[in-house]
Design a protein around this ligand. Structure first.
Ligand code: HEC
Ligand code: HEC
Ligand code: HEC
Ligand code: HEC
Length: 149
């Protein structure tokens, strides 16, 4: 085989291999981001910030405590770099009303139950019997900063 052609073939092979692993590497997720589901057409609150990496690493929370399957069962064996579905893909109800205050398929309820239940438990352990005050934010403005005027 022609030497130039061989080099060309090898180079494209390497490029294709890179492309393939790139496609398999899953979703890039920022270390810290605003939980800001774009599906909300309007929002009442300034989005909360989640230190995603810190929660998973420093706070020692397993991925499956927040990411679960279609039956609500924690996904085992996840590691950073793996793909997950977004909450809104299953918790599709965007409108919260009097009738669905407890409906877990309402996105806002699912997010709040996940974040706030854990935070309250932490605060109770830290000494506040109601769990509202303590190291983990459990009141509205601690997660949703007041809008600037
Ligand atoms: C404290 C809860 C929590 C922990 C722990 C956590 N995540 Fe997440 N993660 C979230 C939330 C909330 C989102 C935003 C989901 C959304 O936009 O619907 C998210 C987003 C993601 C995304 C981006 C999804 C997308 O398509 O936008 C990936 C990927 C991801 N997490 C993977 C992981 C992996 C892997 C771990 C474990 C190493 C992990 N997460 C640990 C709560 C958590
Ligand atoms: C693949 C679909 C699917 C995805 C994605 C999903 N959920 Fe769920 N989730 C469910 C189902 C179904 C239930 C109800 C399970 C039941 O009835 O016990 C549920 C239940 C819950 C509950 C109540 C059960 C409990 O553990 O206390 C919370 C909180 C919750 N989801 C939060 C979230 C958050 C936060 C995300 C995104 C990080 C998310 N869910 C992503 C399907 C999903
Ligand atoms: C399973 C437990 C758990 C869940 C679920 C959880 N957190 Fe936390 N969160 C923690 C712990 C632990 C701390 C650190 C408390 C401390 O400082 O001792 C924390 C701290 C925080 C802080 C303040 C410090 C920082 O790292 O920014 C914010 C803001 C926060 N969490 C947002 C969220 C949001 C938003 C969600 C839901 C999407 C969430 N958390 C879900 C356990 C959890
Ligand atoms: C631990 C952090 C945390 C606390 C505390 C918290 N929220 Fe949230 N809230 C969130 C997250 C995360 C979402 C999901 C946003 C998304 O998916 O775009 C959310 C969504 C919402 C939404 C729907 C989106 C919008 O802006 O219209 C409303 C309304 C809301 N929260 C109001 C409140 C109120 C009122 C309180 C106090 C009773 C509160 N939240 C406490 C984290 C928090």
């Amino acid at each position: 085989m022609n030497k130039k052609l061989l080099i060309f073939l090898m180079a494209t092979g390497v490029a294709l291999a890179f492309l393939a692993t790139g496609l398999q590497a899953g979703t890039d997720v920022a270390d810290t981001f605003k939980v800001e589901s774009k599906e909300y057409k309007s929002r009442k609150k300034v989005p909360a910030t989640l230190s995603h990496k810190k929660h998973a690493e420093e706070y020692g929370i397993s991925c499956g405590d927040c990411h679960h399957d279609k039956d609500g069962k924690p996904i085992a064996g996840l590691k950073m770099g793996d793909d997950v579905q977004r909450c809104v893909e299953c918790h599709t109800k965007l409108k919260k009303s009097k009738d669905n205050k407890k409906d877990i398929m309402v996105l806002e309820n699912a997010m709040h139950r996940n974040c706030i239940d854990c935070h309250k438990e932490i605060n109770i352990k830290a000494g506040d019997p109601k769990g509202r005050k303590g190291p983990a934010p459990a009141s509205c403005t601690k997660c949703h900063p007041k809008k600037k005027k």
